[in-house]
Design a protein around this ligand. Structure first.
Ligand SMILES: NC(=O)c1ccc[n+]([C@@H]2O[C@H](COP(=O)([O-])OP(=O)(O)OC[C@H]3O[C@@H](n4cnc5c(N)ncnc54)[C@H](OP(=O)(O)O)[C@@H]3O)[C@@H](O)[C@H]2O)c1
Length: 312
């Protein structure tokens, strides 16, 4: 039987890239990777082609291009990148294109990389955090959750992801060096635990879902690698990297006022993690992740593997 094609949106990025690697590293797994990018000539796309992926051009803003890219595919991994435009409405429009294209192409198994609707955690009039973009608490969460509706009726698995530890080297989130030479981490998380995961494991879990197939259709799978407080993460970073990392807890209002692009959004997100620890952690399971990806990494394992990239 011919291998089944998985069309991977975001294949040049963290989540999709991890799934593409998982498929390409399993030559006899029965699946092939169709890597979707806006620019097949970029280095990452060329690397994927060299490793055996079929590289196809498509744009989330162009539904017809997605329909073509999904044609003949068994599976589609659907992810949107809020951080490229910071717009909840645009993220929803892109998700709608993905769902419509998957439907038109008759894809047999779709994974939608989603997050929860944080508005459901608080009363509408709750004043602990500002509403953003008129009607959202955490726009990149709430928009993805709203977009779940577009995928209803499709053979879909909703994958609820967690904060990638890779943000430490890719998203400028690493502890910053102070004048005393020690590192400080300023976040509004109090002493609550952060659900974290290696981006690599999101891809491996997604591959596990495609391999398992039908039993995951119609299901929501929430995943984490390990849930740790920022103090615990600081201790682990200090021990593994031989530096002194201190966690400095601030109030969300202070964090939102830091002024970097997305500070209000990130402040709201971390406040949701802090104020609704039970709900956020309850929606994610390391056991569920490990059952699909037996090599699921702990934070210590992730640090050991990524040491050279962490700017400490
Ligand atoms: N960082 C975290 O901790 C975290 C945790 C949970 C969820 N998320 C969510 O993850 C999403 C981003 O995923 P990521 O981290 O894998 O992204 P990433 O590493 O920044 O890469 C973005 C990917 O999206 C593709 N892309 C962006 N706009 C596109 C468009 N218009 N048409 C086609 N492809 C497009 C890019 O492809 P080309 O540039 O090659 O076209 C690239 O492959 C965000 O929405 C974020 O909310 C992040």
């Amino acid at each position: 039987m011919a291998d089944k094609i998985i069309a991977v949106v975001g294949a040049t990025g963290s989540q999709g890239g991890a799934l593409a690697s998982a498929i390409l590293n399993d030559r006899n797994g029965g699946f092939t990777c169709r890597a979707i990018t806006r620019d097949p000539n970029k280095d990452k796309a060329r690397e994927l082609a060299a490793k055996g992926a079929e590289v196809v051009r498509a744009d989330l803003d162009d539904r017809a291009s997605l329909e073509k890219a999904f044609a003949g595919a068994h599976g589609a991994y659907c992810v949107t990148n809020f951080w490229e435009h910071f717009s909840a409405e645009k993220e929803k429009a892109q998700a709608k294109h993905l769902a419509e294209a998957a439907k038109a192409a008759g894809v047999k198994h779709v994974i939608w990389s989603t997050l929860e609707d944080t508005r459901k955690l608080m009363a509408a009039g709750d004043t602990r955090m500002p509403m953003l973009q008129q009607k959202y608490r955490v726009p990149h969460f709430d928009a993805k959750a709203e977009a779940d509706a577009y995928f209803q009726g499709l053979p879909v698995t909703f994958l609820v992801t967690s904060f990638y530890w890779d943000n430490l080297y890719m998203f400028g989130m690493a502890p910053k060096k102070g004048e005393d030479g020690n590192y400080n981490w300023t976040l509004p998380m109090g002493n609550k635990r952060l659900a974290g995961i290696a981006a690599e494991d999101i891809g491996k879990v997604a591959y596990g879902i495609f391999k398992a197939g039908q039993q995951y259709v119609g299901k929501t799978v929430g995943i984490t690698g390990e849930n740790l407080t920022l103090s615990e993460m600081s201790q682990k970073l200090s021990a593994a990297l031989g530096v002194d990392v201190t966690y400095n807890a601030v109030e969300p209002d202070a964090y939102r006022s830091f002024g970097f692009p997305g500070a209000d959004e990130m402040g709201n997100m971390f406040q949701v993690y802090r104020d609704f620890e039970r709900e956020v952690l309850g929606a994610r399971s390391a056991e569920a992740a490990r059952s699909l990806d037996p090599e699921l990494q702990s934070f210590d394992q992730w640090i050991a593997k990524n040491k050279s990239k962490i700017p400490l």
